[in-house]
Design a protein around this ligand. Structure first.
Ligand code: OGA
Ligand code: FE
Length: 278
């Protein structure tokens, strides 16, 4: 299907879950928290916002400006629920895609998640639920920490040059109707909107940004995404020259979606992207 031919409205209005600003550092548990401790601390502030259809702008979006782009990309993967096949076939495809689009000299793909509300509920195929909370995957602190954790022997040399962290998000099955992903134009965000939040795993604590509401935010989504369409999100950039460094994103409940719509199935792949060193 041609991305220009999808006939949908210019925008929709949907609730987005933000974090309410407070004095304590918020914590999110990725495992069953200790008894009496909520899975997510801090108060959620839900705001109805306008979410624009990004399709008419798809060729004008720049990772370095808006923080996200939308491209066509075919994959040879047969079964995205098979982690071995994803690592063997999809990771190298993502590496090639990012080198081509970003002109990067080195790409290190290191992680992926598959998401589907129903499969997550049934405990099937390692699927997780869509995330209905505005966030960005790394912070000023955890961005470089990821490089140290994943490439310890080379980290100091690599960190001397510009690097970025990019998520490649795609539907496993199209079109996506339920819980599409919304992304916020990085030029509409200020650094104060990002709140460092502990992400507790059993064996380590990471740090992500929760996002607080700001009426300036300009949200986009891509209606009816197909399995040969991908969204690239820049979740970290070490550059401090005005380009996009973080990109808020969240799954949304589209109020126009039929309750019978098939649950969204998607995969996101995380990668470190280096621009100057081989
Ligand atoms: C991501 C992400 C949430 C979702 O790709 O980093 O937060 O619902 N995804 O797909
Ligand atoms: Fe994310």
């Amino acid at each position: 299907m041609n991305s220009e031919k999808v006939s949908t409205g210019d925008y929709l209005e949907a609730p987005i879950n933000y974090l309410e600003r407070s004095s304590e550092k918020p914590v999110i548990y990725l495992y069953e928290p200790p008894p009496g401790v909520p899975g997510r601390s801090g108060r959620t502030a839900t705001h109805w916002v306008k979410i624009r259809n990004g399709r008419p702008f798809h060729d004008k979006l720049a990772l370095d400006r808006e923080g996200f782009t939308f491209v066509r990309h075919r994959s040879q993967v047969v079964n995205f629920y098979e982690p071995e096949e994803v690592r063997r076939v999809y990771y190298p495809e993502v590496e090639r895609l990012l080198k081509e689009i970003l002109g990067a000299v080195r790409v290190h793909v290191f992680d992926h998640n598959v998401r589907c509300r129903l499969m997550a509920k049934r405990g099937e195929k390692g699927a997780r639920e869509p995330v209905k909370f505005a966030h960005n995957d790394y912070t000023l602190k955890s961005g470089p920490q990821r490089v140290r954790d994943l490439l310890p022997d080379e980290a100091e040399r690599l960190l001397a040059h510009r690097f970025a962290e990019i998520n490649v998000w795609r539907p496993i099955r199209g079109p996506v109707e339920e819980s599409p992903l919304a992304v916020c134009d990085a030029t509409s965000m200020s650094l104060q909107d990002f709140i460092a939040t502990d992400l507790r795993y059993r064996d380590r604590t990471g740090e992500v940004y929760s996002v607080t509401f700001n009426p300036a935010h300009r949200w986009f989504y891509f209606p009816q995404m197909q399995a040969d369409e991908v969204l690239l999100l820049k979740c970290y950039d070490s550059a401090e020259d005005g380009r996009a460094r973080f990109t808020a994103h969240t799954a949304i409940d589209d109020p126009t979606t039929s309750p019978q719509a098939a649950p969204r199935e998607s995969i996101e792949v995380r990668s470190l992207v280096f621009f100057e060193v081989k």
